[in-house]
Structures are given as C-alpha cells and as structure tokens.
Design a protein around this ligand. Structure first.
Ligand SMILES: Cc1cc2nc3c(=O)[nH]c(=O)nc-3n(C[C@H](O)[C@H](O)[C@H](O)COP(=O)(O)OP(=O)(O)OC[C@H]3O[C@@H](n4cnc5c(N)ncnc54)[C@H](O)[C@@H]3O)c2cc1C
Length: 457
C-alpha cells in the first residue's frame, strides 16, 4: 500500500501493539485517518492489494480483538464527532472514535441518559463498544448496547458504504429472520464484517434520582440468594446487582481506605435504584430483603448524589484495575491476568462458581478474585498466571468450567467478545452449522478474509 496516510514507523507500530489482553502483536503498518473519506480510500487500497486490515478504537479489548501482527492497523480513534442530537426521536448520531464516557456526560448535560456503561467507558470508543456489543453493570435494566443501536453507517472492505436502519414494521413474513435486520450483523461482529463509521444511538430521559447501596453478607450463598430474590421481586427494579467475593471486597476496602469496613463479610452486593419525580425510593423494601438474607446491617452503605455514586463505582472498578496491576510483574515470564467472561442463567450462578472452584482446586491453583454482574449470572473471575505453565493450567481449569457453563445454558463470552484469545472456545457453544453460517456471511461481505483476521472465526 502506498497511501500517505500509512506509516511503518517502528515506534508507532509498537504503540498500537497492546490492549488489555496482555498479548503483544505488532502490525506491519498503521493508519490513523481523521475523516470518513480517508477510511474509504484506505479500505479500497487494502482490498486492491489484499492487505489485511484490523480496525481499532480505544484498544481496551481483553481478547486481543484490536491487535494484529499482519497487515494494517486502522485506528479510528480520530474519527469522532457528535453529529446530531435529535430531541424528538430521542437519539444521537456519533462518530466511531468518540469516547463513551465523555459522550455520556455531554448528553447528560442535555438531560439524556445513554444507558450502556462498560467499566472501560472512559477509554473505549463508540465504534469499539458497538463492534463488541458491550454491556456493563446497568445492562441488568437497560440491556447491552445492541438494544440502543438504532442505525449504523458501515464501510465494507471494498469501500462501499451501507446505511442501515432498524426496520420499523411490526409484522414481516419475508424470508429468513437473520437477514431482516442487518444492524444486528454488525453489532458484536468484532470488526470482521465492516468498519463502523457512524452509530445512531437511542437515548432515555435521565432518572430524577439514583441511590446506590453496598450490602455486605456473611456468606457468598446469602449474597447470591439475595440476588435471586431481588431479581424475582416485583417491587424492586434494580439498575444493577454487582457481586464482590471476599478477595474483591478486600481490594474495595483498600480502595476505600477503610480497613475495618465489613471485615466479617465474605461477599458484597452493590445495587443501584433509580426512578422518576413521582416515585419514592423503595429503600425500606431493600433493607428488609437484605435483613432476610442475613446482611451485615451496620456495614450497609447508602450513596446519594453524583459524587457519592462516583465514589461507590470507583471502589467496584478498583477490582479489575488492581488485578491488572498484580499481573504486570509476571509478564516477563509469560504470565498475565486471565479474566473470564462466561455467564449462566442468574439462578445457576452459585452452582457454576462451585464447579469452577473445584476445577481450580484440583489443579493446585490459587482461587481467582471474582466480581461482576451477578444479576445477569455474569461474574468475572480474575486469575493471575505467574508464568506460562500456570497460564496453561488456569486455561485448562477455565475450559472445564466452560463445559459446565454451557451445560447450564450459559455462554462462554457475555460481554468482552471472542476476539483471538477466546476463539478456541467458540465450538463449545456453537454447532458446526452455526459456525458455517457465520463464515458464509463473512465470505459474502469480505470474500478475501481481510478484515480483523483471527477474530471470532
Ligand atoms: C478495565 C476494563 C473493563 C472493561 N469492562 C467492560 C464492561 O464492563 N463491559 C464490556 O462490555 N466490556 C468491557 N471491557 C472490554 C472492552 O473495553 C469493551 O469491549 C470496549 O467496548 C471495546 O472498545 P474499544 O474502543 O476499546 O475497542 P477496541 O479494543 O479498540 O476494539 C475492540 C473490537 O472492536 C473492533 N472495532 C473497534 N472500532 C471499530 C469500528 N469503528 N468498526 C468496526 N470494528 C471496530 C475491533 O476490530 C475489535 O475487534 C473492559 C475492558 C477493560 C480493560
């Protein structure tokens, strides 16, 4: 490729060679276009020369989805812009390089809630979040980003542009359902089908109030029984039900600089309630349910107001950040952090965690720190592999757990995608026919298999 937009400078190639997966893959070349027309020019040239292209946004992927060691790394970080807020249709059109966190704040200043809330929102882009079908704690109430995408502008590998909108018809008997709504092809496709140039995202009115509650429990089974009861109650409608096991709680305690907080607890649930002007926060109902599950009353914390809620989330977010730091010294020996992303139906979570701990113990490994979206049956287990041999044994234990997860009706990857690291587990969940259908779609849109090689398939 000869485009002036491309550089092969070693430092630039190195600067895009890592994401949150712990892997390092150095591309042959890098382009950082600033406009849509430049992206199209690059794609056409790459297609002509049969050069593989991997799109990157904020490079926060935990699965090496934004990395490549062959061809062009196409960073869309500089193709941003909030193009239009439509207050009547309640939607916003936005460029792929816009960071989610700042975008959400500027929409909130206009009275709108953009609901998806991946923990990485300060560093991840709209394009990356859509391409991974990102979700977060509040997906318990609002769903993953897929349900907020109203339309997409996508560039195909040959440089053609597709303008895709969700169909608005309520009845349809034409053909096979998987081709009714092409927006769904691209949400979660991890850069393998096209390059997202613009997303139209749905907006909700901001709630009038939000209250956070941290509720410690003496045992993990009390905490998980509380989660099931909260989900099944008609009166309580939590935005999130986040779980911290003993190890995660210890990290949160350190982040809170409060060594005596909930020291008798084995687990903690963080929940958020929200509502409109006319609604009263159902605090008493929550406290009653907590007491019925033996919560440590004296250590329950209530967070009200923007600053307090931000602080509560900071404690929860300290867990993955700390685990990331703990893994860093082991990189030289081939070690890294391994974060699971499996999910099961929420009522089966205790069972899945039990099986997982047995798989870990039987290999003589340290138990992971476990935290995450218990309300969706979706924990993140964080292991630290200190070298390559431990990495292999942990991967083995995770594989065992995933077989149980699938048997319980779960998924191997609920929000971080498959990328390169988890591609080995795809056959556990998808039949040969399903994989062949995905390959057929890929072949139709990218016949030379140039886009995001090695992701998913
Ligand atoms: C600390 C931490 C916490 C996290 N928490 C969450 C969480 O709570 N929920 C969650 O869902 N994920 C989470 N993640 C995973 C990750 O941050 C998200 O998947 C995020 O949405 C990726 O966005 P990105 O801009 O960083 O994309 P990248 O990492 O750059 O890329 C990810 C994938 O998207 C593709 N892509 C990027 N931009 C485009 C585009 N414009 N067009 C087509 N394809 C594109 C890439 O090719 C790649 O396959 C977390 C990661 C970290 C490190």
């Amino acid at each position: 490729m000869t485009s002036a937009l491309i550089t092969t400078d070693a430092d630039v190639r190195q600067s895009v060679s890592r994401d949150a997966s712990g892997l390092e893959l150095i591309p042959d070349a890098v382009a950082r276009p600033t406009a849509r027309v430049e992206v199209l020019e690059l794609l056409r040239e790459a297609q002509r020369d049969r050069t593989p292209v991997t799109t990157a946004g904020g490079q926060t992927s935990t699965t090496a989805a934004s990395l490549t060691d062959s061809g062009l790394l196409l960073s869309l970080r500089n193709v941003g812009g909030i193009h239009d807020i439509d207050h009547t249709a309640r939607s916003v059109r936005v460029g792929p390089g816009e960071l989610l966190g700042p975008l959400k704040r500027s929409l909130a200043a206009e009275g709108w809630l953009l609901a998806p809330d991946p923990t990485s929102e300060e560093d991840c882009t709209v394009g990356g979040a859509v391409a991974c079908n990102a979700s977060g704690a509040r997906s318990l109430r609002y769903g993953a980003i897929r349900s907020h995408v109203r339309g997409l502008t996508v560039a195909l590998m040959n440089g053609d542009i597709l303008e895709l909108r969700r169909p608005s018809i309520e009845k349809n008997t034409v053909g096979y359902a998987p081709v009714h709504d092409l927006v769904d092809w691209f949400v979660g496709s991890e850069g393998t089908l096209g390059v997202i140039l613009e997303a139209e995202l749905g907006l909700l009115p901001l709630p009038a109030w939000v209250i956070g509650l941290s509720i410690p429990f003496p045992t993990e089974s009390d905490a998980l029984a509380f989660v099931i009861a909260a989900r099944e109650s008609n009166a309580l409608a939590p935005r999130c039900l986040e779980f911290l096991d003993g190890g995660a709680l210890a990290i949160a305690r350190t982040a809170a600089q409060d060594p005596s907080w909930a020291t008798g607890a084995e687990a903690l649930i963080y929940t958020e309630l929200s509502g409109g002007e006319a609604e009263e926060p159902p605090l008493d109902a929550w406290l009653e349910l907590a007491a019925a599950h033996h919560a440590a009353d004296d250590d329950i914390r209530v967070y009200e107001g923007e600053a307090a809620l931000r602080d509560a989330r900071r404690l929860r977010h300290a867990v993955p950040a700390t685990m990331h730091e703990r893994a860093a010294p082991h990189r030289a020996n081939g070690g890294r952090r391994i974060s699971t992303d499996w999910a099961v139906p929420y009522a089966r979570l205790g069972e899945a965690l039990h099986v997982s701990r047995q798989a870990v113990a039987s290999r003589g490994l340290a138990q992971p720190v476990t935290f995450g979206h218990a309300g969706n049956g979706h924990p993140h287990q964080n292991f630290i592999a200190r070298d390559t041999s431990e990495l292999e044994r942990i991967t083995d234990a995770v594989s065992d757990t995933l077989r149980t997860v699938i048997a319980l009706g779960g998924t191997v990857a609920a929000e971080h995608g498959i990328g390169k690291i988890k591609a080995r587990w795809l056959p556990l969940q998808m039949s040969g026919t399903q994989r062949a259908m995905m390959r057929a779609i890929k072949h139709e849109l990218d016949p030379h298999n140039l886009l995001a090689r090695g992701n998913i398939l």
